[in-house]
Design a binder for this molecule. Structure first.
Ligand code: UD1
Length: 420
């Protein structure tokens, strides 16, 4: 539940500390269910998705504590979640399936419905679990998996990030050897595998399309610092490209952002790796073409922020979205600011315009919300971003504070009292 007032801003200048990755920390938190011992996660990002998962884990009987900025999870005794609402709030909750099944021999969750950016089925998760020997039963709007897991070869029809993570976790405690073929290669998968290895798991090949897991009888506790958020860093790099400033994105690694950085440099942005982080400077001057792909291709999560950049970049930029079927909802909202965008199925064509003007707009999903804030930074007058559903807080830690610290004209408006 948030509203932001954004105004045209001078070139952004200064340092933005990049938070710990949301998409790395969520599976790692679920991975804590694989051991009876304490798992300490350092610097978890202060995001509503993390809070939602904490309450879901607590509802499973996992102890959840915060100490000196670290999150300490202990799943000595735990059970399946009883309240289906907790699971429904967030798609990433599906990642408890693998650990629950691995440790308890039974897991049940409500089936996730469609979401704003598309259907997002979980068939690949279930197909993999079934190959590992789980019985899959659908009833009363949920899915129940049961059985003792044995290693197997699993071929994913598409390299799904979530399915790879779920199967990787389940396989750590399965008897024998599991091979996951056509696995996702995202940096968050490598981080999850390294975290599980630090708990005693035997995993090789993470970051390639074949991951091999040799099951072990149990895992032990660990302390882990997940990687920095490449999507937050990429969004901030886009903010710089829009205002033509100079930003140091501290704590970021260039290697995780190469596809974005290539595109930004095609657009005329300068990028330098420095000991303090990634230095980005300049304004986007040339149009670009983007095709979203699985890693190391261009991330779908940065398609919306890059579309905000394209709106004011001279020339015609083209976007092809190949991962999700309905991920151009921000285009209609950007058009309200004066952007010239045509969408045809999975293609969006953006004609850059020198003038955008502020207007009330609505955030339709997490990355769309960020894109609207970025566009507001280069639109004349005031852009009111209505994020009633709280999408932006799910994935960006205090975005208004980070942007205003480097010169962005953005404030979060106080919550309105309900009428009456
Ligand atoms: C993760 C990220 C999300 C990112 C996405 C793609 C987290 C918490 N979220 O989501 O930010 O946008 O990767 O990089 O890490 N699919 C199926 N069947 C399945 C699973 C997926 O058809 O069983 C399809 C989905 O509908 C989608 C595509 O595969 O079209 C990608 O999904 P997936 O890689 O699983 O994304 P998530 O793990 O949900």
């Amino acid at each position: 539940m948030a509203h932001y007032a954004v105004r045209e801003s001078p070139p952004l200048r200064g340092e933005i500390p990049i938070s710990t990755s949301k998409n790395a920390v969520l599976p790692i938190m679920c991975g804590a269910l694989l051991t009876r011992e304490d798992v300490q996660i350092l610097n978890p990002p202060d995001l509503t998705d993390v809070h939602t998962l904490c309450s879901l884990l607590a509802a499973c009987g996992c102890q959840v504590k915060k100490e000196n900025g670290a999150l300490i999870l202990c799943a000595r005794d735990f059970k399946n979640p009883q309240d289906e609402e907790d699971v429904r709030k967030m798609r990433a909750s599906v990642l408890v399936l693998g650990p629950l099944l691995g440790r308890l021999g039974e897991a049940r969750i409500p089936l996730p419905g469609g979401c704003a950016i598309g259907q997002r089925p979980i068939d690949q998760h279930l197909k993999g679990m079934s190959a590992l020997g789980a019985k899959v039963r659908f009833d009363h709007g949920g899915v129940t998996l049961s059985g003792r897991l044995r290693g197997a070869t699993i071929y994913l029809d598409m390299p799904s990030v979530g399915a790879t993570e779920n199967l990787l976790m389940a396989a750590t405690l399965a008897e024998g050897i599991t091979r996951i073929e056509n696995a996702a290669k995202e940096p968050e998968i490598v981080d999850l595998a390294s975290f599980l290895i630090s708990m005693g798991a035997k995993i090789s090949g993470a970051g390639t399309s074949t991951i091999v897991v040799e099951g072990v009888p149990s895992l032990h506790g660990t302390t882990w610092q997940p990687i920095a958020d490449r999507i937050e860093a990429g969004t901030m790099a886009c903010a710089c490209a829009i205002t033509g400033g100079e930003l140091l994105l501290s704590g970021t690694r260039t290697e995780h952002l190469r596809s974005l950085l290539f595109k930004l440099s095609e657009a005329g942005i300068h990028i330098k790796d420095t000991p303090g982080g990634l230095l980005v400077f300049g304004r986007a001057k040339q149009p670009f073409e983007i095709r979203t792909m699985v890693y190391p291709g261009f991330p779908t999560d940065l398609q919306a922020p890059m579309m905000a950049v394209a709106c004011k970049t001279p020339g015609t930029s083209v976007f092809l979205e190949t991962i999700f079927e309905n991920r151009f909802m921000h285009a209609a909202e950007l058009t309200r600011l004066g952007a010239h965008i045509r969408v045809e199925n999975r293609v969006a064509v953006v004609e850059g315009t020198p003038f955008l003007t502020g207007a009330p707009v609505r955030s339709t999903d997490l990355r769309a919300g960020a894109a609207l804030i970025l566009a507001g930074l280069c639109a004349e007058g005031e852009t009111l971003v209505d994020d009633e559903a709280g999408h932006i807080d799910r994935g960006y830690c205090r975005i208004e504070e980070k942007l205003s610290a480097v010169g962005g004209n953005i404030v979060r408006l106080p919550d309105q009292e309900p009428d009456g």
